[in-house]
Write a protein that binds this ligand. Structure first.
Ligand code: PLP
Length: 428
């Protein structure tokens, strides 16, 4: 049984301070998981996790990960600005972008971030707009299909990212000639993989390619970046990946490929987002309406603007009706938000306990790619983000948007002064 990291009593206390909906994060879970990751890769002295900021772009979350010794992986100017504001600098920042604007490269170079080039043509572009640094990384796309044990995980050949193998050789030679001293190699071949074999299989490809590239070009390979992609068990029947088995699998590949090639000083980097934060966030909502037509519907006070994954990918997110964890799941519901879009459904035909209006409905595993993918369609406002701290207290780490925020980019006098306070008490 999947259990939320908060109890009904805690939710009642927290919602007396912060109105629903909001994303809630579990500092204890985040820190414990961070320490496990570090331990699993402790065999590699240079190991560094660069948390993918896009998964949970909140400075307080980044600060917690900084405390744990992690860096950040940024992909845009504003993510770089957030990283700088939190105090990350130099080799604590990886910049893995694509279709990169000039000002983003300039900002990355100012911060002396490690740039991970997405494309061969970016070599010349970067040189023109910001100059070539001494350390640089290139993103590899091996093309074709990526399979583990004959099971196709994804099709890099259809993906927009990275250099081809030939472009890597040529690119490394050009970069070496322009003064690069240390090289990294990066690839992201499959997303949300709970199979423990993903990182080791990816590591083998990258390690082998790195050995060949070093022979072909004579460059110094300083690091391999395994990027993101380790998944989490969104469904109750799924098993969580075993980070220690994953770390050990990568270590074996390292022993097999790098050690005999004399490349035993190569650092391993990761850019995990979902694995670091996904399970340690949830969306706390309340049942606002019920509807009985051809199907049974429960409408929540949150919508796809607060969590897009179900609408966008048909992604499964587990749902707990707080206080009814042990009740029989004998009601079949569609759980919806209020967007004028029929795909605004957090769950379809989900068996749940009977839901009463006002019940707290917690949507699990929203800690990564949850709030971050929010938007303002239908004039819906982004929610608050709240941190459940180690001592059980809470802290608002992002306030909810107000209509004034929504109207802030418009120049229409009077709009922001409209009376918008919601009537205080709704009795369920
Ligand atoms: C999205 C992304 C990540 C993080 O992916 P997860 O699936 O959240 O681990 C890491 N690196 C890059 C370049 C990405 O685009």
């Amino acid at each position: 049984m999947k259990k939320p990291f908060v109890t009904l009593k805690q939710v009642q206390e927290i919602t007396s301070e912060y109105p629903t909906p909001f994303h809630l994060y579990d500092e204890k879970g985040i820190r414990e998981n961070a320490r496990k990751l570090k331990e699993a890769f402790s065999w590699n002295p240079g190991f560094m996790e660069y948390f993918a900021v896009k998964a949970t772009p909140n400075p307080t979350i980044l600060q917690i990960l900084k405390d744990e010794g992690f860096g950040v992986d940024c992909s845009s100017l504003t993510e770089l600005m957030m990283a700088e504001a939190v105090g990350f600098q130099g080799d604590q920042i990886m910049f893995s972008s694509n279709v990169t604007p000039e000002e983003d490269f300039i900002a990355a170079r100012k911060l002396d971030a490690t740039i991970n080039l997405d494309d061969f043509t970016h070599i010349e572009f970067l040189e023109t707009v910001a100059g070539i640094p001494e350390t640089i990384s290139c993103r590899y796309n091996p093309g074709g299909a990526f399979a583990i044990n004959n099971h196709i995980m994804d099709t890099p050949g259809e993906a927009k990212y990275g250099f081809t193998r030939d472009q890597l050789r040529e690119g490394f030679l050009i970069l070496k000639e322009r003064g690069v001293k240390h090289f990294g190699l990066h690839a992201f071949l499959a997303s949300n993989t709970v199979a423990n074999e993903y990182y080791p299989a990816l590591a083998k490809i990258l390690f082998q390619t790195a050995v060949e590239l070093q022979e072909e070009t004579g460059v110094h390979i300083a690091f391999i970046n395994l990027s993101g992609g380790i998944g989490i068990p969104y469904r109750p029947e799924q098993e969580a990946s075993d980070i220690f088995a994953i770390g050990e699998g990568v270590r074996q590949a390292y022993e097999e490929i790098f050690v005999p090639a004399g490349m035993d000083d190569v650092a391993i980097f990761t850019e995990l987002g979902r694995f670091m934060l996904g399970p340690y966030g949830c969306l706390v909502t309340r049942a606002l309406h019920e509807k009985h037509i051809y199907k049974e519907y429960i409408g929540l006070d949150a919508c796809a603007a607060n969590l897009m994954r179900p609408a966008m990918y048909g992604a499964y997110h587990h749902i707990t009706v707080m206080g009814k964890e042990l009740d029989p799941c004998d009601h079949k519901y569609d759980i919806t938000g209020g967007l004028c879009e029929n795909n605004d459904k957090f769950a379809v035909d989900r068996m749940l306990p009977k839901i009463e209006l006002g019940d707290f409905v917690v949507i699990h595993d929203t800690g990564a790619h949850g709030f971050a993918m929010g938007y303002n369609y239908n004039g819906k406002l982004r929610s608050a983000e709240v941190l459940l701290r180690l001592d059980g207290s809470t802290r608002c780490i992002r306030r909810a948007e107000t209509p004034a925020d929504y109207f802030a980019t418009l120049n229409v006098p009077g709009l922001v002064n409209i009376e918008t306070e919601k009537k205080e008490t709704i009795h369920y």
